[in-house]
Ligand binder design. Sequence first.
Ligand SMILES: Nc1ncnc2c1ncn2[C@@H]1O[C@H](COP(=O)(O)OP(=O)(O)OP(=O)(O)O)[C@@H](O)[C@H]1O
Length: 246
Amino acid sequence: MLHDTAPAVRLDAVEVAYGAASAVGPVTGIFERGQLHAIVGPNGAGKSSLLGALAGHLPAAGCITIASDLRDRIGWLPQRTQIDRSFPIQVDDFAALGLWPRIGAFGAVGVPHRRAIDGALTRLGLQGLQRRLIGELSTGQFQRLLFARLCLQDARLLLLDEPFTALDERTATDMLALLHEWQREGRTVIAVLHEHAVVHDHFTNMLLLARQPMAWGAPAEALTADAWQHAQACMASHQRMAEVAA
Ligand SMILES: Nc1ncnc2c1ncn2[C@@H]1O[C@H](COP(=O)(O)OP(=O)(O)OP(=O)(O)O)[C@@H](O)[C@H]1O
């Protein structure tokens, strides 16, 4: 029986495919709890597909085991470009969606909830913007709002898809501080990232993918120039095989 010393996530021969085309796998390994894990790799390496499978958004072959105490406490940060910001919803109402696991779809947002929402927005530097429409926010402000929603969700396992892409430095710095705070609180973060410097400076573990795991470990040892070149060569070879098969 799994208990709270079990790894946050265990993968046994996990594979994700779109129709007949394999996107990633087989992947076998563990994500320890309470750590900041990065998934890196060249374009098309399967990073988002693997993360989507961990979140339960994509079907996967093999076995994904989420620790029993974390299964209902998963937070998901999608890529910003996947969200339709033309939907007319206010900042505070959007943040309130993070409370959904606690108050349910039809529960009323009461005074304590409003206080929690204001607290989360203030924590993320969005005070005073409660009544703005999400489409009126800057890229950085919208990313802060997505993190505010995650804070309200109080998730213990956070799956983040490219959280720092196209962010200004100030916002990225503030979000990284939040990730470290989450780690101090014992939360587990698994993030798809393209920024190797961020991985080296802030993350405790790293999985390098090129459709399959190429390296897995502490960034200083695992995310080397050689490993990256090897991953790029593997992706080029996948590409050539796909072109031949087409
Ligand atoms: N919805 C989809 N339908 C079909 N194939 C897909 C789909 N999404 C991704 N793929 C394919 O799966 C493979 C892995 O894609 P994925 O997006 O997981 O890679 P990635 O490492 O996240 O890439 P990037 O860094 O470019 O975002 C690619 O060959 C991609 O074309």
